[in-house]
Each structure stands twice: as structure tokens, then as C-alpha cells.
Design a protein around this ligand. Structure first.
Ligand code: NAP
Length: 263
């Protein structure tokens, strides 16, 4: 369920703070990406739901948005591929005439200790988690600069801040996203485009399903709020950074992790 209740004012009116905004959410066929797409659509944005493989999942995201009277369409693209990412952004701009919000959410894992990690697993994770943000942002910035408005939100992870054993590839990609975001934030600030990062902690999704129970239990012990996060809680942070209230915030990292990492 989207955080529509959080977008309601005291008078119970739904806050359509994204009315007339166009958003692209990469990797929105399930999990956190789906929650972000639903949240932005609940605020009135027209959302382009991207996926690479899971066509049924992406269709379900679009269906959920439309049944809540939101606006959404779907576009298949492997965003780790430069031309496909470019086609995704071009589609959004051609279809809607503008692009206001880009959420680089698509991500994957190939966990293994470094001694056993194949080179291919390093390359895939860096390509999907980091290069895709370059691919999409490069195309999006062009459209945003024309309008002198834009919000880019990149989904990193606490693993990119604190590091996780067995995740040198994933942690490097997520740390890379933070450096990328800060550099880009400085580049595009004169054009009124902001670039920020949301760093979730542990959120049960398909991505974390396969983690052994002892690792899940250990992660719980390290969370001051004593529970895992919900996709909707990550989506709420993204909506804040994508919204008007965050117009003076750029180059920042917002942890949504129950207090797991405090810096
Ligand atoms: P998820 O349920 O596995 O969803 C990942 C999404 O990324 C799917 O929609 C998948 O779509 C898409 N995707 C993967 N490769 C893609 C590609 N090359 N091109 C386009 N889409 C692609 O994972 P999640 O937990 O929601 O994770 C979402 C983001 O949050 C990721 O960046 C992840 O690293 C980050 N994160 C998650 C957690 C957590 O605890 N869950 C914590 C910190 C950060 P297809 O299947 O259609 O390819």
C-alpha cells in the first residue's frame, strides 16, 4: 500500500504534490522500486515503470497504480546497457514531453567472499548497480537541463557506507553511487537539478530472500529500532527528496535503516 495516508493534509485532502510531474523509476517490477512508483503516482506523477526481465511484475505495478487512479506506463530496458537506458529516458520524454524525476533503483546482488568471487559477478553487480545510474542520469540530465528542473534520487545501501562481508562488489557499487551522486549534484546544481541518495538498511524483498536466517537474525540485533524496514518507508524518503520540500537539499545521503548506521 502506498503511503497515501502520509500525503494527506490535516483536512484529509490528498496532497497531489507531484501533479504534472513525470517520473522514471528503474527496477519497478517489485520490491522497493514498486513501492516508489506507487508512492510517486499517489502524489499525482505520471510514472514510467521500468523493468528488465519481470514483465508480469511490472504489469502488476502498473495495475496497482491504475487501480488507485494513478497514471503509469511500462518500459522494458536493461538499464545497465547504455543504449537501452537511453531509450528508456527518450521514451519518457517523447511520451510526456518532459522528465522531472529519475529514481535509479534497479539493483542486484552476487554475494561471495572475495577469494571465491568470479570476475563476472564483480562486473555484473557494478554494471547493474552503478553504471546504470550513469546511463540513465546522463540521458535524463539533458532533458532536465532544458526545463531547468530535476530531481534525481539514487538508491544506495548501508552496505555502501559501512561495508558488508561477502559483498565487496555490492558495497563498492553502492559506495560508488554516493560519490557519483555528490559529483553530479555539484555539476547540475546551477540548472536547479538536485541529486540525492537514499540508503536503505535491511528491507525484506526478493533481493534479501535468499540470505541465511542467521545473517537476517544478526542484522536485526544491530538495528536500534528492532525491526526490518518496509519498502513503503524507503518510498516515503524518496518522495520527500523528489518533492518541493527538498528543493534546498542536494548531494545528501538519507539513511532509512532503523538507526543501523549512524554517522
Ligand atoms: P528486488 O526486489 O530484487 O528488485 C530489484 C529490481 O531491479 C527488480 O524490479 C528488477 O527487475 C530490477 N532490475 C535488476 N536488474 C535490472 C536491470 N539491469 N535493468 C532494469 N531493471 C533491473 O530488490 P529490492 O530489494 O527492491 O532492491 C531495490 C533497490 O534497493 C536495489 O538497488 C537494492 O540494491 C537497494 N537496496 C535494497 C535493500 C534491501 O534490503 N532490500 C537494502 C539496501 C538497498 P527485473 O526482475 O524485471 O529485471
Amino acid at each position: 500500500m502506498p503511503l497515501q495516508h502520509c500525503l494527506r493534509g490535516v483536512d484529509g485532502e490528498v496532497d497531489m504534490s507531484f501533479a504534472d510531474r513525470v517520473a522514471v523509476v528503474t527496477g519497478a517490477s517489485r520490491g522497493i522500486g514498486r513501492a516508489i512508483a506507487e508512492e510517486l503516482a499517489a502524489g499525482g506523477a505520471a510514472v514510467v515503470v521500468n523493468y528488465a526481465q519481470d514483465a508480469d511484475g511490472a504489469a502488476a505495478t502498473v495495475e496497482a497504480i491504475r487501480s488507485a487512479e494513478g497514471a503509469a506506463g511500462v518500459f522494458q530496458a536493461d538499464v545497465s546497457d547504455f543504449s537501452e537506458a537511453e531509450a528508456l529516458i527518450k521514451h519518457a520524454v517523447t511520451e510526456h514531453g518532459r522528465l522531472d524525476i529519475l529514481v535509479n533503483n534497479a539493483g542486484t546482488t552476487r554475494d561471495q567472499v572475495i577469494m571465491l568471487m568470479p570476475e563476472e559477478d564483480w562486473d555484473v553487480v557494478l554494471r547493474v548497480n552503478l553504471k546504470s545510474a550513469f546511463n540513465c542520469s546522463k540521458a535524463a540530465v539533458r532533458a532536465m537541463m532544458r526545463k531547468r528542473y530535476g530531481r534525481i534520487v539514487n538508491i544506495s545501501s548501508v552496505a555502501g557506507i559501512a561495508g558488508n562481508p561477502g559483498q565487496t562488489n555490492y558495497s563498492a557499487s553502492k559506495a560508488g553511487l554516493i560519490g557519483f551522486s555528490r559529483a553530479l549534484a555539484r555539476e547540475v546544481a546551477p540548472r536547479k537539478i538536485t541529486v540525492n541518495v537514499v540508503a536503505p538498511g535491511f528491507v525484506p524483498t526478493a533481493l534479501t530472500n535468499d540470505l541465511p536466517d542467521d545473517i537476517k537474525d544478526a542484522s536485526l540485533a544491530g538495528i536500534p529500532l528492532g525491526r526490518w524496514g518496509e519498502p513503503t518507508e524507503v518510498a516515503g524518503a524518496v518522495a520527500f527528496l523528489a518533492g518541493e520540500a527538498a528543493g534546498y537539499i542536494t548531494g545528501q545521503v538519507l539513511n532509512v535503516d532503523g538507526g543501523m548506521v549512524m554517522a
